[in-house]
Write a protein that binds this ligand. Structure first.
Ligand code: PGA
Length: 260
């Protein structure tokens, strides 16, 4: 068994409604109660309007819930944004930041991602910070340069001594952009190489919890390929998009992580 407890997070993206969410929550509750899978930490990230529903359905289980994004800014005149303090107010334990869809569609920069990490640290919200290269960058041999740049920005935020976040609340997710929602997964060896690089970079940059930090793989993780990915020494679980919307698939992925 790995020293780092595996974590599986479901990123529902902009999917779901009250009725279908209820079915999914019911299935997760039935299968993933605190007692049944203690070897894996499970986080479910529905869209903002359903965080209250997540709280109601998952609050008394061992399953945590989180947001898919958080503002880089404090409360104030920022129409449409949701602050870290609001997440805390709701009892929300986690936030995904820097997802490639936000980097690409909303033009988020490394600096903004770092500011979001800082906001989470200030308010004690666990952070799942996403990094990953595009196909173009990989084919140009720039994967490590891109990952290094993205990691460095995140580490700069993590090193702020005024706002320490315990290592178990800092999670990175390596999500090669070309693997997200495409059905094309990185091979376990490719994922391992990237994860190893990211962990070494965290350490080189002076983050002393690099060895304890969980690094998730994301990008077309399915029940069929999860075990192979999670068996890699530096792959500490997964960030799951499409398959997290199907209870049986998500549960199978959680079991694969528990067995890794
Ligand atoms: P996918 O998405 O599992 O649907 O590829 C992963 C993600 O974007 O987090």
């Amino acid at each position: 068994m790995k020293a780092r407890k595996p974590l599986v997070a479901g990123n529902w993206k902009m999917n779901g409604d009250i009725v279908s969410n209820e079915q999914l929550f019911t299935a997760l509750r039935a299968d993933l109660g605190r007692a049944s899978v203690p070897q894996v930490e499970v986080v479910v990230c529905p869209p903002y309007p359903y965080l209250g529903q997540a709280a109601a359905w998952l609050g008394d289980t061992g399953i945590a819930w989180g947001a898919q994004d958080v503002s880089a800014l404090p409360n104030g005149a920022y129409t449409g944004d949701v602050s870290a303090s609001m997440l805390v107010d709701l009892g929300c334990q986690w936030a995904i930041v820097g997802h490639s869809e936000r980097r690409q569609l909303a033009g988020e920069t490394d600096e903004q991602v770092a500011a979001k990490v800082s906001m989470c640290m200030t308010h004690g919200v666990g952070v799942i910070a996403c990094i990953g290269e595009t196909l173009e960058e990989r084919e140009a041999g720039r994967t490590e340069a891109v990952l290094g740049r993205q990691v460095d920005a995140i580490v700069a935020a993590l090193l702020d001594p005024a706002r320490p976040l315990p290592a178990e609340r800092v999670v990175l997710a390596y999500e090669p952009v070309w693997a997200i929602g495409t059905g094309r997964t990185a091979s376990p060896e490719m994922a391992q190489a990237a994860h190893r690089f990211v962990r070494e970079r965290l350490a080189q940059q002076g983050y002393r919890h690099a060895g304890a930090t969980r690094i998730l793989y994301g990008g077309s993780v399915k029940a069929a390929n999860a075990a192979g990915l999670f068996a890699m020494p530096d792959v500490d679980g997964g960030l799951i998009g499409g398959a997290s919307l199907v209870a049986d698939d998500f549960l199978a992925i959680c079991r694969a992580a528990a067995g890794a």
